[in-house]
Write a protein that binds this ligand. Sequence first.
Ligand SMILES: C[S@@+](CC[C@H](N)C(=O)[O-])C[C@H]1O[C@@H](n2cnc3c(N)ncnc32)[C@H](O)[C@@H]1O
Length: 276
Amino acid sequence: MATKSPDRTETGRNWASSEVAEQWSRRQARRDKTYGPATEMMLDLARISAGDRVLDVAAGTGDQTLLAARRVGPNGYVLTTDLSAAMLNVAAEAAREAGLTNIETRVMDSASLDLDADSFDVVICRLGLMLFPDPPKALREIHRVLKRGGKLAALVFSTTEKNPYQGLPLAITCRLGGTMSPQFSLSEPGVLDEAFRGGGFQDINVHPVSFRRHFSSVTEVIQSLRDTIFTREAMSKLTDAEREQAWSEIDQQLGKLQGPGGLDLPGEMLIGVGTK
Ligand SMILES: C[S@@+](CC[C@H](N)C(=O)[O-])C[C@H]1O[C@@H](n2cnc3c(N)ncnc32)[C@H](O)[C@@H]1O
């Protein structure tokens, strides 16, 4: 069956519910463990300094916002934006609990940033760019609001092959349901660089970052996947019979990756960095 292109407009809508915000929030500790080092590297590559004005695009529940706010300190400022008000409510609450007063939240579509030109030192975007309906359009907007010399650092997933935890189920659901997930849309070599170039950025570099996920059993991986928004979104495209077949194939394929100590699954992210 031929695969259809990812429907990224639908993806934006799918993330907007309070149920999804609650789910994303619940998995924060797991994200910190898995994506923490790559996130710190994204912030290092963005060269965030004390006193900077930072824009966080598609910030979700604000994991990376809080880290950026600590780096800019009391004289700096982080504007955290997302399409989902429910996500930003969680981020605002987390900022209050952490005692950070230099964070503001605003609902905003990445395709049209309601912000002045040349007004931010740094823009960060973790796990958002690949989901946007038109990534080059969002990149042009980000470029517009950056000051000259300012940096964008954006973290996206590398290929399905390098990310079996999500890649394997998505390859199976895609084959059965014929719909590609946008999650891996910027993962192939050269695609992220090209998108940055289309946005007007210079001095573009893409840094791969490896990580691992450990699970004690296939059952544990499946439980985790059932709670993952990307997998739930892909499964929702299938009929009941297709879904059942998909879970059975996922179970079988994961079984092949199980060793004596459980499953030690590799993963890879890409951090794109560009300068205005
Ligand atoms: C995978 S989550 C990442 C959230 C957060 N950056 C993190 O890494 O924890 C993707 C986020 O992108 C947001 N999003 C999707 N489309 C968007 C758009 N067009 N403009 C702004 N945000 C968008 C979703 O609401 C969601 O919060």
